[in-house]
Each structure stands twice: as C-alpha cells, then as structure tokens.
Design a protein around this ligand. Structure first.
Ligand SMILES: *Cc1c(COP(=O)(O)O)cnc(C)c1O
Length: 389
C-alpha cells in the first residue's frame, strides 16, 4: 500500500485499485484456513460443501447488488477477459445460423477486440466504430451501424487507458429498439461510477482486481431474458447453470464479494476523493508547457488520468521515474512497446501516443502520493527535454 514516507514507490500503475483491501484479504483467508469453508461448493453431501456453497452464494448476492442484478444472473469467471470472451464468442457461436453481424469500437479492451477479430476470421461481419477526440462513441453512430442481422454490440463503459465514459443507457436503448443484444465491459466502471444497468444491457463483464479484490476472479452478468441467446465456451461439470464449468474458487469468490460490498458502501466517497486528487495532479502537471490531456477532464473516470508530454519518450519517462510506479498505456500494450492503439484511434500522433503516461488512482491513493508523483514527473520531463536532441 502507498503512504507518506514509504520507501517503496508511490503506486499509480494499472488501476491503483489492484492493491487488495485488507478486509478483502481477511474474507479470503477465512475460506482457506477457516472452519470448513475450504470444501468444494459443488459437494452437497457434507457440511464442508454446504459452508463453501453458502459463502459463494453470499458473494454472488453482493456482486449482483452492486450492479442491480439478480443473483441468478451472475456467472463467475476468471476475470473480465473470460467474461467478455464468453459474452462475445458464446452468443456468436450459439446464433451463427441466424445472425452474423457484430458492432464494437476500435478503442475497446483487447479482451473484446481479439474475440471480435477471431469471429471475423470465422465469417462474421464486424463494424468497427470510431471514437471522437475525447474517446466517446456517439449513440447515434451505434444506431446507424445496426442492421436486421446484428446479433451483438459490445461497448465498454469506461476506457481503461483514458477513462472516457460512454452513455451506456442511450446505447442500450438504441440496441433494444433494433432488437440487438448489448454487452458492456464494466471492469473500470463498477465501484467508481453508477453502473445500475440491469435492464439496459444484456451482458456485462467485471473483474475483482479493479475494485481492490483479488486477481483471477470476475463475473459475467447475463440478463435472465438474454440467457437463451448464449451458450458456454468452456465445457465440463456444468457449474454456473451450465455456462461456466469448473470448480468454483471459494476464496476468490468470497474476496470478490467482499470487494463488491465495500465498493457499494464506500465507492461513492472513494470516487469523490479520487476526483479531487486527479484534479490536483492535473493542476500540477499542466503548469509545465507541452502537456496535453488524453482523458476527458470534466467527466472522465476519477480513477484515470492519461497525459502526453511533448518531446519526451514515455518509456524513458517511466524508467526515469523511480519514485512512482506508473506506466504508458495499458499493462498489455506497454509490454509490446507499441504506442497505444487507443490514443492512436483518438487521433494522437505516434510521438504523442509514445510520450504518454497513465496515472491510476484508487482507494488508497493519498494526497502525498499525488504530490510526489506530480513533482517527480515534472523534474523528469524537464530533465529529459533538456537532453533531447
Ligand atoms: C483489467 C480489464 C480487463 C481484464 O481483466 P482481467 O481480470 O485481466 O481479465 C478487461 N477490460 C477492462 C476494461 C479492464 O480494465
């Protein structure tokens, strides 16, 4: 965790939310070492199984409550990646003989883009929508893309690189009017912005580690009315009403449930505090010339501030910044060294996309972290600009 005077770098990387809340860790530990919650939740013949099943169902109710769903509409998966794969591949393959058109945006997470590309190779038609300079997808653009054979639209609520927020309610209304299904990746939205979309979306992806829960657990919301449209992509023991086979990881699920309960109780206050810190960070950074926001400052997610620095390489900046843990773009694209496809899709030049940093804020981010980060970045940018050829 972060803190004033800590020897470790201030943590502002890939959703600072990946720091596990100690209260979540406690809920998980109870299932590993506790009085019998280590049973297999599918074993209904003894008390150990019953105890584990009770924990799983309590957690399912917490996840459902966070998004206004019914518990039976929550399918546990290994995270948002698997949830989005299930929503996209699971509906496409179940309906390939009826409808073969899909709609998404170029700025989506890879967990959506890659299954879509896979389906293109399998003969589906995909319409790739463009975002405006602020990263927004116009609901009218979605409406215009819909065809009689459109099966599924997939548009995320909050972009993980820029924090741009989409109007999911309006996009959902357009889809419903045209008889198309809507999937939304809510991984960056839940716990920070209102996400009571039950009734407006048919499928929604979540992951626990973006709300201070453990990695490796998430869920797909499957609206009861949409259940006939989706089929499993993993086969086996038939858990999760046949939609996701495999033994349920009780400790992971209990941690996810606790994280959701905390997000429901504290998310609004967390978000308000993060919005203040994000504004302070922007004020500090924008005192320098040549600093351009890639995040919508007025209405973007309070958890993300993405900034480009003219005349500076993002990678050199990250290396120079020993006092803070931060990255350029997403964890996935920064591994490849390619400039962010999201920033490129918003019309940023290769240079500006490469000269960008993404700051993530979470429940444990402090004013001291923000001050340290802002000052360190300004020093590093000034120094790197001084030695640039
Ligand atoms: C983190 C993230 C994912 C992937 O979540 P996993 O837990 O790695 O599966 C998907 N979509 C968005 C928007 C994310 O931020």
């Amino acid at each position: 965790m972060n803190g004033a005077g800590a020897a470790r770098p201030a943590y502002l990387d890939n959703a600072a939310t990946t720091a596990v809340d100690p209260r979540v860790a406690a809920a998980m530990a109870e299932c590993l070492t506790g009085e019998g919650a280590y049973g297999n939740p599918s074993s209904t013949t003894h008390a150990y199984g019953h105890e584990a099943a009770a924990r799983v169902e309590a957690a399912r109710a917490e996840v459902a409550a966070l998004v206004g769903a019914r518990p039976a509409e929550i399918v546990f998966t290994s995270g948002a990646t698997e949830a989005s794969n299930l929503a996209i591949l699971g509906t496409a393959r179940a309906n390939a003989d009826r409808r073969r058109h899909l709609v998404t945006a170029r700025t989506e997470h890879r967990a959506t883009l890659d299954p879509m590309r896979r389906l293109e190779r399998e003969g589906f038609a995909v319409t790739w929508l463009a975002a405006d300079r602020d990263g927004r997808i116009a609901p009218d653009a979605v409406r215009a893309a819909l065809r009689p054979d459109t099966l599924l639209v997939s548009i995320m609520q909050v972009n993980n690189e820029t924090g741009a927020v989409q109007d999911i309610a309006a996009i959902g209304a357009a889809c419903r009017a045209a008889g198309a299904l809507l999937h939304s990746d809510l991984a960056q939205g839940v716990g920070k912005l209102p996400t009571l979309f039950a009734g407006q979306v048919d499928f929604a992806s979540f992951t626990a580690h973006k709300i201070h829960g453990p990695k490796g657990i998430g869920a797909l919301y499957v609206a009861a009315a949409a259940r006939p449209w989706i089929a499993p992509i993993v086969f086996g023991g038939g858990q999760e009403r046949g939609l996701r086979s495999g033994t349920l990881p009780t400790h992971q699920i209990a941690g996810f449930g606790r994280a959701c309960a905390l997000a429901r109780a504290e998310g609004t206050a967390d978000a308000a505090r993060m919005a203040g810190l994000r504004a302070a960070l922007w004020r500090n950074l924008s005192e320098m010339p040549g600093v351009l926001p890639n995040s919508p400052l007025a209405d973007g997610s309070p958890a993300i501030l993405n900034v480009s620095f003219e005349g500076v390489e993002g990678e050199s900046l990250v290396t120079a910044l020993e006092e803070i843990a931060v990255s350029t773009g997403s964890a996935c694209s920064s591994a490849s060294g390619e400039p962010s496809y999201v920033l490129r899709a918003l019309g940023r030049s290769t240079e500006l996309a490469q000269g960008s940093l993404r700051f993530s804020l979470g429940r444990f981010t402090t004013a001291t972290d923000i001050e340290r980060a802002g000052d360190a970045v300004r020093r590093a940018v000034t120094r790197l600009r001084g030695i640039a050829p």
